[in-house]
Design a protein around this ligand. Structure first.
Ligand code: GLU
Length: 309
């Protein structure tokens, strides 16, 4: 295999010329304003070295990628009881769909759907104020990455809040089934601010290191979650991490990964690397068009697909 830095630089150069960059999410103004020509990639290898290229230092809105960190904290707080309130199956429906909630009595299919992440926000909230929960999330992600520059973009959070009619509907519907235990507005305060977490590819890849080494940050040696929990989070990322395009992503890339509508993807090559890519244009399933293509090329050149023996 050629040198990793060379592979990463080649991929960034290929993406710079890619003609089809997808469509930038524009349901809120701050996301719609992002330049579609952006592309960044950062790969942290098993020795902790960072190989990056393109706009890897530029902060972007990680959106649903943050659901991985929210889930990790909720599992720490609630343990396996979390699974009484959220399932572990792909949904086969849109990330913000309300349809299954009716027949499945307010239990979302998985924690990466909006409904699932709203339940996770409810678990994290407990009797606290939303601001305390968000401060904890921010501290957690900064500690995972070892970087203080990670932040919550309050403009994005306010825009989510102002336009989040579907999320409000999902939350109210689950509250009616008894699967939200706290005031809907406070739960959504947590959820909308979680969506507004912002960081660069390099910082996101750093934050994801615990998932590549059995729950232990390979650089600091700190155990973040148990090996079993890390395996399970990776399993959910593989089966449910790309909305209704998770099967296609597994087919093309074959890595546990979570995408967000800001165009970011956090991917894990177990034992080998923590990877973050960002390009704001999305494909028709809401996943980064070039981010997916870049990861596809990375696994082709490294042999890192989890399905390769
Ligand atoms: N903020 C979006 C919403 O709640 C979800 C973002 C995403 O899927 O990345 O509608």
């Amino acid at each position: 295999m050629p040198n990793l830095s060379t592979i990463v630089a080649e991929i960034a150069a290929e993406m710079a010329d890619a003609p089809d960059r997808g469509a930038v999410a524009d349901y809120i103004a701050p996301l719609g304003a992002v330049d579609p020509r952006k592309f960044g990639i950062a790969v942290i290898d098993a020795d902790g070295a960072c190989h990056s290229a393109g706009d890897a230092e530029e902060a972007f809105s990680v959106q649903s990628v943050a659901k991985v960190f929210g889930l990790t904290l909720a599992l720490g707080a609630g343990g396996d009881s979390v699974w009484k309130r959220v399932g572990r199956e792909p949904s086969g429906t849109a990330f913000n769909s309300i349809v299954q909630l009716e027949t499945e009595r307010g239990i979302p299919r998985n924690p990466f759907l909006n409904a699932g992440a709203i339940v996770i926000s409810d678990i994290l909230l407990g009797n606290r104020q939303p601001a305390e929960v968000i401060a904890e999330l921010l501290r957690f992600v900064r500690a995972l990455a070892g970087e203080d520059g990670i932040f919550i973009d309050n403009q994005v959070a306010a825009a989510e809040q102002a336009t989040g009619y579907r999320n409000k509907a999902l939350a109210n519907y689950m509250r009616a089934f008894g699967n939200l235990h706290h005031d809907v507005d406070r739960v959504l305060g947590v959820y909308f601010h979680q969506c507004a977490l912002a960081m660069s590819c390099r910082q996101l890849a750093l934050a994801g290191r615990y998932l590549m080494r059995s729950g232990r940050n390979p650089t600091t040696g700190h155990s973040v979650v148990s090996p079993q929990r890390a395996r399970r989070i990776n399993a959910l990322m593989l089966t449910c991490g790309h909305y209704d395009g998770s099967g296609e992503f597994a087919f093309r890339v074959g890595l546990p990964a979570k995408s967000g509508v800001g165009g970011g993807i956090l991917a894990v090559a177990p034992g080998r690397a923590s990877i973050a890519v960002w390009s704001p244009g999305l494909n028709d399933r809401g996943n980064s068009q070039l981010g997916t293509l870049a990861l596809e090329r990375l696994v082709q050149r490294t042999g890192w697909s989890v399905f390769e023996g």
